[in-house]
Design a protein around this ligand. Sequence first.
Ligand SMILES: Cc1ncc(COP(=O)(O)O)c(C=O)c1O
Length: 288
Amino acid sequence: MYWSNHVDPAKAGDWRHPRPVPSGPGVPIELEDTLIVLTWNDFESFSAVMAERGEQVAAVITEPAVFNTGCIMPEPGYLELLRSETQKHGALLIFDEVITGFRFARGGAQEWFNVMPDITTMAKGLGGGFPVAAIGGTREVMSIIAEGRYSHSGTYNANVVACAAVSATMDLLAEPGLYERQRNKGYRLASGLTSLAEAAGIPVRVEGVGTVFQVWFSDVPIRNWRDAEANAGEAIFTQWYREMLTRGVLFHPSHLENLFVSLVHTDEDIDQTLEAAADALAVIARTR
Ligand SMILES: Cc1ncc(COP(=O)(O)O)c(C=O)c1O
């Protein structure tokens, strides 16, 4: 069930006590009572909810870095707080690694940030382009399925083609030095874009981890979706997207999506992108 993802801020209520908003029709409103939505990176509201209602909380689910809204990094200690509070109150911690998984570390964001959840959801990078998704978890959690206490059946479960794709992808990603090489390409692109924007006098924050990031056109930090909604200039991003497209570089058109440096990108691609960005940013600076 999809709740409170890029919804109308007016409907989402106060940021300290957000109101869950279904992200489309067909979601029974009764489910609202089973859900608490919190503002990301807000240590106090999370601690307060766990202190008041921790014993009722079955699980806390989040992306370990929010890549479903551009790129938003966890502030130092935030994931650790989620881990320690869930452990304290006997709730499960679920990391949605559908985007973060395998992108900048083979062990996902949990390896990168060194915070281990109880359950992980994976897809996208898992199959190297093949349509496949998976969940994993601690032995204790997964034994619920293994011992038949929960039925997890489905047409495409353990589909051989998907499993072969996952196996091949995992072998490829095990090549020593592969992630360092790709992350370094990404860091060079990110720092190049930051310097070019600074030189052009355009407020930009390039946020992410190596191979996945986003260019926020904002002069204030983006700590959660509401910050992005309020401060990340959509109009200027659209202009940037169009200027880059004209110069042969295709980014995602939405300022709430991301930019990926994948295994097929070369150093020459990074150079070309930076050359195009210098021209695109100059045009944006002239027309602001
Ligand atoms: C962060 C995140 N989680 C979950 C999903 C949905 O994954 P699936 O299509 O495997 O259900 C998406 C889809 O784009 C996503 O970006």
